[in-house]
Design a binder for this molecule. Structure first.
Ligand SMILES: Nc1ncnc2c1ncn2[C@@H]1O[C@H](COP(=O)(O)OP(=O)(O)OP(=O)(O)O)[C@@H](O)[C@H]1O
Length: 251
């Protein structure tokens, strides 16, 4: 089976503080959810997968190729799109200019970059807004531009960190459809602490606590592991809170 990425024995931290301790995780195609409370290490893991931060210890393979040197990282970056929690942009750029610029950063050839930007904007439903200045966008529109910049070009792995923050309920429903659409073409990793969002959009979930994986499985399996005294309003929420109390598992 071809894995989109494989993380083995990842150790990561900030200074002397360790926040990921020997985490292992594998993902195949489709949408994968990363669930965990604040401070669990989701962003740290996504930044490592996005090649922003090299692993402290352990190995990372993206589409079967281990990230060992600069050439591996450069190759991986062409295939990886990343939406951080706060993405930077020039407020005077138009939406189109910004996404085209991101295509250029991802080394999409000049002759196809414009077309790639328009396609990404079309996918997120912002083609009509392409001339708007970035500084004039609402929070929901900005999140969508953020997704457009993450999927522009020939991206095969899309990493989204808390993409539904600030979206209203209707926008969150649209967002779920968008993730399903994107994940038919690329692998998507979605990090959030909103259990229902991730379960609706993802076929596989990993629950992370204190830098280790405590559950890996389908949304149904997560709901099924709910303890009778698990906290939450839905079976999934109860499964999630139960998983957070469980000992770490190896995948
Ligand atoms: N730049 C940094 N310097 C020092 N510590 C950091 C830094 N970034 C994150 N941390 C710490 O690392 C731990 C993991 O943080 P991380 O942001 O990866 O968690 P998270 O699961 O994404 O949390 P959230 O859901 O709040 O975004 C936290 O305890 C956090 O305080």
């Amino acid at each position: 089976m071809e894995f989109v990425f494989e993380v083995e024995g990842l150790v990561q931290g900030y200074g002397s503080r360790r926040v990921i301790s020997g985490l292992s995780m594998k993902a195949t195609r489709g949408a994968v959810g990363l669930l965990g409370p604040n401070g669990a290490g989701k962003t740290t893991l996504l930044r490592t997968l996005a090649t922003v931060t090299p692993p402290g210890e352990g190995t990372i393979r993206v589409f079967g190729r281990e990230l060992r040197g600069d050439a591996d990282v450069r190759e991986a970056r062409r295939a990886i799109g990343y939406l951080p929690q706060d993405f930077g942009y020039h407020p005077g750029f138009s939406v189109y200019e910004f996404v085209r610029y991101c295509a250029w950063l991802r080394m999409v050839p000049d002759r196809t970059a414009g077309k790639a930007a328009l396609r990404a904007l079309d996918q997120v439903g912002l083609a009509d807004m392409r001339s708007r200045k970035m500084k004039e966008l609402s929070g929901g529109m900005l999140r969508r531009v953020g997704i457009a910049q993450a999927i522009v070009g020939d991206v095969k792995l899309v990493l989204l960190d808390e993409p539904t923050v600030g979206l209203d309920p209707e926008q969150r429903l649209e967002f779920r459809d968008l993730i399903r659409e994107i994940s038919s073409e690329a692998a998507v990793v979605l990090s959030t602490h909103l259990v229902e969002d991730v379960a609706a959009a993802c076929s596989t979930l990993h629950v992370v606590r204190d830098g280790t994986v405590v559950f890996s499985g389908t949304p149904r399996q997560l709901a099924d592991c709910a303890a009778p005294d698990g906290r939450g309003d839905t079976p999934l929420e109860r499964g999630y809170t139960t998983a957070l109390r469980a000992p770490a598992v190896t995948t």
